[in-house]
Each structure stands twice: as C-alpha cells, then as structure tokens.
Design a protein around this ligand. Structure first.
Ligand SMILES: CC(C)(COP(=O)(O)OP(=O)(O)OC[C@H]1O[C@@H](n2cnc3c(N)ncnc32)[C@H](O)[C@@H]1OP(=O)(O)O)[C@@H](O)C(=O)NCCC(=O)NCCS
Length: 254
C-alpha cells in the first residue's frame, strides 16, 4: 500500500539501508538519505543530501528516522535536531501483545524491523533499534537509544538502560520479579551469543555463556568517534557487522 508521507533517513551505512527496507515494505515512495555527502548526490538510487541542507526537508514536511546503529551517535543526532518530526518505523511483520503497539505509538524514533515480537506491559523508550527477529518479554523497561541486534531474546522483567547494546543472538535471562529487574547498565555492551545471567554494570562489555565481563580496556559501546583506529567498534565485530557509515554526519561525531 502506498504511503504518501515523505521520509528522510539519517545515515549512509548498511544499517540505514535496512531501515530503507522497512520504509519500502511500508509503502513509502519519497525516500531521501541525509549524510555527509560531499559531492555525492545519490545513495543506492535514492537522493542524498548533506546534513547542512536538512532544514529544507523540515519545511517540506518530511518525517525523519535515524538509521544509525551507534547508540551514541544516534543520540547526538536526536539531540542536535530535536525539533524534527521523528516517526516510529514498524515493519508490518512485527507483532505485539496486548496494548503494546499503543505504548510504542506514544514514543518516537523507534525502528522495529521484520519479525520482531514485543509481548506486553513493556515500557518503551525513544529511538530504540529492535533488529530482525529479536524478542522482548513481559514487563521489561526499555530506555532510550538502545540497540537490540538480530535474534537476541530479552526475557521478562529486564531493564535495558539508556544506550545499552545487545549483540546478535544474545539471551538476557529474566529478572527475579516485576519489581526486581535484571538490569543491563547504561551504554553497556552484551556480546553476540552471550547468555546474561546477572545484571551488567554501566559501560561494561560482557560476553560468553554465562556472560562475564570482557578484559578489554575499551568500555561501553562507543564506536568510531573521531575515526580513531584504537577506538574499536565493539558493536560491529564478531556478529556480522554494520560497516562503518560511509558518510555519517561528521559534525555530529566530534
Ligand atoms: C564481545 C564484543 C563486544 C567484543 O569484546 P572484546 O573482549 O573487546 O573482544 P575482542 O575482539 O578484543 O576479542 C577478545 C577475545 O574474545 C573473543 N570474542 C569476541 N567476541 C566474542 C563473543 N561475542 N563471544 C565470545 N567470545 C568473543 C575473541 O574471539 C577473542 O578471543 P581470543 O583472544 O581467544 O582470540 C564483540 O565481539 C561482540 O560480540 N559484539 C557484538 C557484535 C554484534 O552482535 N553485532 C551485530 C550487528 S547487527
């Protein structure tokens, strides 16, 4: 079914093109990418405009979505351009429990891709990424700017704190009770395939089954800030990567 709303996607990475897939499946026809374009005017057959020109889109009644997987950069974009109209992008094959869709519609900027299931009484945040076939169990609290990679399963009674990242196929086991959550800390990273059996501190990186804190000297899930080689992309390695965005808005990365 055609959708006449015009939509602009921030970012020019592999992930932004997966966001494109959701837009196409939802019937959007006027789609444009926002990046750090340089001379390029096109991205995979769609118009590409430089971040510096995006206010023209606002005047032209575009809705916006931030197709940038890095939680920190996604937050920078949202903070810098807080006056834009951000929509929730929900793939038609995603499914929801009782009253859950309504809870999502009250929020903004969430990207829910194909095959996701969110059961019920899940408190939603803004600007979360719920990637292919991940599941969220009952009574979870999902804060802003989380990223749940494909196939990850979040059991009931879990809190995903702001900016937390759950790797591909990880399992986060259930919290003890509705008022005693399993907590994944702020900007913590859970490695691909990990089985999380106890709460994870803020900025920690955990991996393995059962998950244990990695010895890595690099904490959290900050990636590619200022393009430093040393600041590795924890999110991207080991589980099928989102390549570094070709043109993510450089002015936002500093
Ligand atoms: C766990 C992770 C955050 C990196 O942790 P790290 O300790 O800094 O990892 P390093 O790359 O320095 O590797 C250290 C060791 O851990 C191993 N390792 C890396 N990722 C692992 C994982 N997910 N589970 C178990 N072991 C892992 C490495 O093989 C290496 O082992 P070795 O020393 O025996 O060779 C990262 O590998 C990861 O899993 N990221 C999530 C990726 C993902 O899901 N992407 C989804 C894209 S849609």
């Amino acid at each position: 079914m055609a959708n006449n709303q015009k939509i602009a996607i921030f970012g020019t990475s592999g992930f932004s093109r997966e966001v494109l897939d959701v837009c196409v499946d939802l019937g959007y026809r006027e789609i444009i990418f926002i990046g750090y374009g340089g001379k390029e005017k096109e991205y995979f057959g769609y118009p590409l405009i430089d971040e510096g020109d995006l206010l023209t889109l606002k005047q032209d009644d575009y809705a916006f979505v931030i197709g940038i997987g890095d939680n920190t950069i996604r937050k920078k974009v949202a903070d810098k351009y807080e006056s834009l109209q951000y929509i929730n992008l929900i793939h038609p094959s995603a499914s929801f429990g009782d009253k859950q869709r309504q809870r999502i519609e009250e929020k903004q900027g969430n990207i829910i891709t194909a095959g996701v299931r969110i059961t019920n009484n899940v408190q939603m945040g803004n600007f979360g990424i719920f990637n292919l076939n991940c599941t969220i169990g009952h009574d979870c609290i999902i804060e802003d700017f989380v990223n749940i990679a494909p196939g990850a399963n979040i059991s009931g009674n879990v809190r995903l704190s702001e900016g937390s990242y759950i790797g591909t196929n990880a399992a986060v086991l259930q919290g003890d009770a509705i008022d005693k959550k399993m907590v994944i800390g702020r900007y913590a990273t859970v490695g691909a395939g990990a089985v999380v059996t106890r709460s994870v501190p803020d900025n920690a990186i955990v991996k393995g089954a059962p998950a244990r804190q990695a010895e890595s000297t690099i904490k959290g899930n900050v990636q590619y800030i200022n393009g430093s080689n040393r600041e590795k992309n924890h999110n991207n390695r080991g589980g099928g990567a989102h390549p570094r965005p070709d043109f993510f808005p450089q002015s936002l990365a500093a």
